[in-house]
Design a protein around this ligand. Structure first.
Ligand code: SAH
Length: 455
């Protein structure tokens, strides 16, 4: 069967959609063509690069009719770096597109065309929002480089500035790169497994201003340690914590197991709303705390707590949502698969003085049915699963135990819609979905759904 387009064809197409990677999608007699750089609503001339059985790729030659939301991407490495995908779409355009993405998932995957999907809650200033930067350093032609990995590769795109991360991370990136030679510190080379400095991680508490710099080294013994600490203090006099993490493995995993405080405190603190969190070099913490507060407030609003409820927070991480809810609930039970995160959750509950929280490590789909067997029941159940969505067994437990309200926090509209369908078939009604933009300039989209058990 012949395809509607052939390799090397030059054709004019209408762009209908954007993929998760930020590529435009055109359909030629139903055959999808992916075109990097093209935006929905545009007419473009493209050159077909490659055709597979059910889809193909084309190169953007000329935008004939631009999208009303097309803008010049402000970052000069936008084309190479894998971090952002939609800087060429205005922020207003990004929010409209994300709302449409959630609506499409509800209609096509969830078969829920009538569920209200509200306009996305975005940021007033959608730049400089990331509170954690992981900067790889390396050598290219004998020169120290640092910056970001290129799209789908481990080649470093050398740059001095990243406008979605903090100014402090830029300062470290730019100045440390200049100083490494003088300090005699060799950046690590992935191919030869030679050199010392692998990554530098910069974390900042948005509300407290505290800053941690983590040097990830190949060896624990690191003779330029004192000079490195002095250099960091010179570059960032406001730093509160300088930490070394040792990763001796031949791996592209950033952190190793051993962490040593070189100077200052072991942790930084931050606040989400009025809840305080301690963050260590490796602890999980949301990267956009300003929008995290918006997301959790939405979850709290949908939970409609009056003070008498028991709430289960499944996939609770370090207990961020749990502690937000604990202010207004009788009791919150949190479960999370990573034991270290549960340790952090307990510690965070303690430093905030909560006595109505209980945390347990384990798979939610195993721990929650056990809780029900032990008589620990919930009025409201909150879930915040990873991208693959809720475990089937957990959904079955919800359908058997029937908490009156479910609040579903999701980072993937596709699996959210799939899981909502299952809950709807089992007796729940989705009242509303509120998307929240946690990652401006990228294609990621978070959403909170509110479900009620049918009377
Ligand atoms: N609610 C937290 C974390 C959400 S991310 C926050 O807002 O910060 C999803 C979490 O689910 C991760 O911490 C991951 O470790 C955890 N997880 C993944 N599979 C799990 C499972 N089967 N049971 C419990 N937790 C799981």
């Amino acid at each position: 069967m012949s395809l509607p387009v052939q390799k090397n064809d030059r054709i004019t197409v209408h762009i209908e959609d954007l993929t998760h990677d930020g590529a435009g999608v055109a359909k030629v007699n139903g055959y999808p063509l992916f075109i990097v750089g093209a935006l929905p609503g545009e007419m473009a001339e493209v050159h077909v690069l490659k055709t597979l059985k059910s889809y193909g790729f084309a190169k953007l030659i000329e935008v004939i009719k631009p999208s009303e939301h097309r803008v010049a991407p402000p970052c000069h490495v936008f084309d190479q770096c894998g971090g952002c995908q939609v800087q060429h779409l205005s922020y207003e355009g990004q929010l409209l597109w994300k709302q449409q993405m959630v609506k499409n998932a509800m209609t096509r995957i969830g078969k829920l065309p009538d569920v209200p999907v509200l306009p996305v809650k975005g940021m007033d200033n959608p730049w400089r929002y990331r509170n954690k930067s992981q900067i790889p350093f390396g050598l290219q032609d004998g020169r120290v480089v640092g910056g970001f990995y290129q799209t789908r590769s481990h080649e470093i795109a050398d740059t001095d500035i990243c406008i979605i991360q903090t100014e402090e991370a830029d300062d470290i990136l730019r100045e440390l790169k200049k100083e490494l030679g003088n300090l005699g510190i060799m950046p690590y080379d992935e191919k030869s497994h030679q050199g010392m400095l692998r990554h530098v991680v910069v974390r900042k508490g948005r509300a407290t201003g505290e800053i941690m710099v983590v040097l990830i080294t190949k060896k624990k013994k690191f003779k330029e340690k004192d000079e490195a600490v002095a250099a960091i203090k010179r570059i960032l006099p406001q730093v509160t914590s300088i930490v070394q993490n040792v990763n001796e493995e031949k791996t592209n995993v950033i952190f190793g197991d051993k962490t040593i405080t070189l100077w200052g405190k072991d942790v930084i603190e931050d606040l989400i709303g009025d809840v305080r969190f301690e963050i260590s070099a490796r602890s999980f913490y949301q990267v956009n705390p300003e929008q995290t507060e918006v997301l959790y407030q939405q979850a709290l609003d949908y939970a409609q707590l009056t003070g008498g409820e028991t709430v289960i927070d499944a996939y609770c991480g370090i207990g961020t949502i749990s502690l937000f809810l604990a202010k207004q609930a009788k009791q919150v039970l949190g479960v999370e698969i990573v034991p270290q995160a549960i340790e952090d959750a307990k510690r965070n509950a303690e430093i905030n003085g909560f006595t109505n929280t209980y945390f347990e490590a384990g798979p939610a789909e195993v721990v929650i049915p056990n809780w029900y067997k032990e008589g620990k029941t919930a009025d409201v159940l909150v879930v915040d699963p990873p991208r693959k969505g809720c475990d089937e067994a957990l959904l079955q437990t919800i359908l058997e135990q029937k908490p009156k309200r479910v609040v579903y926090v999701s980072c993937n509209p596709g699996t959210l819609a799939r899981d909502l369908r299952i809950l709807e078939d089992g007796g729940y009604v989705t009242q509303e979905v509120q998307p929240v933009d946690m990652f401006p300039q990228t294609t990621h989209c978070e959403a909170v759904a509110w479900l009620e058990l049918k009377k």
